[in-house]
Design a protein around this ligand. Structure first.
Ligand SMILES: C[S@@+](CC[C@H](N)C(=O)[O-])C[C@H]1O[C@@H](n2cnc3c(N)ncnc32)[C@H](O)[C@@H]1O
Length: 295
């Protein structure tokens, strides 16, 4: 599916308004990958794996697209990387700057729409060893174009890493789908937002409404989740070894442990490493988790 650039623009404006007004603490309290230990552990493990693979060559230069309040930037800085963080929300970036101040000398902050920032970086011929996208692809209507835009910025020995995106809805089994909906709606009940949830459910049946900010911050509902196989094909084509790591995620603590125990999968992480990574270098250095856990 290809998108009109205008849809990406509307989504960018909606995201900027939403995340600028959002309270960082509120966001951290509901984002499953920040909230649940089992997901934080998986996230930390993958960040460490990606970082160590890039570290074989030099101190990794990391580009965190849609950095938010620093969920990826902070652990990469703590591991010793140099980080460039892009986000459209000034509020989120202020929170990130505050969190990362101890390693501020290795941090570059770019407040911009991600498509614009990548365009400028391509013109400047910037190169990065890791591009990270945490809880990100599902917010962008044309995420495949965005990923294509990142390719020229990846150095010869590089990795792309994404985390916490919903698997393509039609690739999720019926049982998992029913279970995921159930967990989400029971969580909504405890949030006291049943009516809001019902309204959203019916509104979404009619397609995204340009005037509704929420429709454009959560655009994946209108396009079948995020297509993990299309992402894999894209990186395959450009000579990367790809791995999709599927796992279960939901907001509620209780249902998260049940879903994880049952080994259900509705969400994925993605790691692509250029085929040259690990082929020539010896293990120059290996970072280990810093005193404060990566996330
Ligand atoms: C769900 S948060 C993810 C934050 C962080 N990466 C994490 O894992 O928690 C999405 C972030 O994307 C940013 N964002 C949304 N659309 C954007 C765009 N078009 N350009 C740059 N940043 C954008 C928002 O401001 C927000 O901080």
């Amino acid at each position: 599916m290809s998108y009109d650039a205008r849809i990406n623009e509307i989504a960018a404006i909606a995201n900027e308004a939403f995340y600028d007004s959002a309270n960082t603490e509120d966001y951290l309290g509901v984002a499953p990958h920040m909230k649940h230990k089992v997901l934080r552990d998986l996230y930390s493990e993958l960040i460490l794996e990606v970082f160590n693979a890039a570290l074989m060559y030099r101190t990794p230069r990391v580009l965190d697209i849609r950095a938010g309040e620093g969920a990826a930037s902070l652990p990469f800085l703590e591991l010793g990387g140099k980080v460039t963080a892009i986000d459209i929300s000034r509020g989120m970036l202020e929170a990130l700057q505050h969190k990362c101040q101890a390693r501020g000398h290795e941090l570059e902050i770019v407040c911009s729409d991600v498509f614009e920032a990548l365009k400028t970086m391509r013109k400047e011929r910037r190169q990065f060893d890791i591009i990270a996208a945490s809880s990100f692809l599902h917010h962008i209507p044309d995420y495949l174009q965005l990923m294509r835009d990142t390719l020229p910025l990846l150095s010869e020995q590089s990795l792309f890493f994404s985390f916490q995106d919903p698997l393509r809805f039609d690739s999720v089994g019926k049982t998992t789908k029913t279970f995921s909906n159930l967990t989400h709606y029971t969580w909504r009940v405890f949030q006291g937002d049943v009516l809001g949830g019902i309204k959203r459910h019916f509104r979404r049946k009619h397609g995204a409404d340009e005037n509704n900010q929420e429709d454009y911050t959560e655009y994946h509902y209108f396009r079948n989740g995020v297509d993990q196989d299309a992402i894999r094909s894209l990186f395959d084509e450009f000579g990367y070894d790809c791995r999709i790591i599927s796992y279960f995620s939901t907001q509620s603590d209780f249902w998260q442990s049940v879903g994880s125990m049952m080994k259900l999968t509705n969400t994925f992480a993605f790691v692509a490493r250029s085929k040259t990574v690990g082929a020539t270098a010896s293990n120059r250095n290996v970072a280990s988790r810093s005193k404060s856990s990566p996330v």
